[in-house]
Design a protein around this ligand. Structure first.
Ligand code: ADP
Ligand code: ADP
Ligand code: ZN
Length: 215
């Protein structure tokens, strides 16, 4: 199964993708994570993407689609893909169609996480992740069970993203509205979009996604 999680920054895409990975052995393909890894490693892609990401603007379609193609090629043909933060433009929708078709994959579901914009700034400004395993947390909504210790791997080091500040979030939300929201009608026309209430508890959102995948 191949699915897209769609929604504005802070909607819960990464949180839900991590859960589906653990439960179903699917693979999370997050272009944001791939780009951050490239920035950290100082690759040519990373050097090009760094400033764009710091401003909260979108990295070029060519760069992100190439990253997705490489990840798909590194996966077993029977492993399901969860696209998290990709596609984000109409051009990326086209590229993804081709990347999937070339590999004999089909797109099963596009799950739109519907959220109130007012909640997003609080979600994003409270977000942090385990520096070792990448598990996501929130200052208020998803704290580690034991304070300062990662539930999943026991690490005591955590990190925050440089672009998770209020000013950049506004730009990212504007980019979402202008370039990403318009791709929904493309998938709607194919009859594969399910809308899920992203304002519900994390567990409830997971349950709604699982119902979609089962149905
Ligand atoms: P995205 O990948 O869509 O940008 P994340 O999954 O990283 O969003 O979630 C953003 C922040 O909000 C994280 O700190 C996460 O723990 C928290 N979060 C995610 N889903 C929910 C939810 N349903 N209710 C409350 N907080 C949530
Ligand atoms: P969020 O979880 O808040 O939605 P991401 O981690 O997905 O954020 O993305 C962080 C940044 O990486 C974006 O603001 C953008 O600069 C870049 N980026 C990630 N995915 C894409 C994409 N598919 N197309 C263009 N830029 C992207
Ligand atoms: Zn961890």
């Amino acid at each position: 199964m191949n699915i897209i999680l769609l929604g504005p920054p802070g909607a819960g895409k990464g949180t839900q993708a991590q859960r589906l990975v653990e439960k179903f052995g699917m693979r999370q393909l997050s272009t944001g994570d791939m780009l951050r890894a490239a920035v950290k490693a100082g690759t040519p892609v990373g050097l090009q993407a760094k400033a764009v990401m710091e401003r909260g603007e979108l990295v070029s379609d060519e760069i992100v689609s190439a990253l997705i193609g490489e990840e798909l090629d590194a996966m077993g043909p029977d492993t399901g893909a969860i696209f998290d933060g990709y596609p984000r433009t109409a051009a990326q929708v086209e590229s993804l169609d081709k990347l999937l078709a070339d590999r004999g994959r089909t797109l099963d579901h596009v799950i739109e996480l519907e959220v109130d914009e007012d909640a997003l700034v609080e979600r994003i400004c409270g977000r942090f992740t385990c520096a070792n395993c990448g598990k996501g947390y929130h200052d208020k909504f998803e704290q580690p069970k034991q304070p300062g210790v990662c539930d999943k791997c026991g690490s005591t080091e955590f990190k925050r993203r440089p672009d998770d500040n209020e000013e950049t979030v506004r730009t990212r939300m504007a980019e979402y509205r202008a370039k990403t929201a318009p791709i929904l009608p493309i998938y709607d026309a194919r009859g594969i979009v399910t809308r899920v209430n992203g304002m519900a508890d994390i567990d409830h959102v997971t349950a709604a996604i699982e119902r979609t995948m089962a149905g």
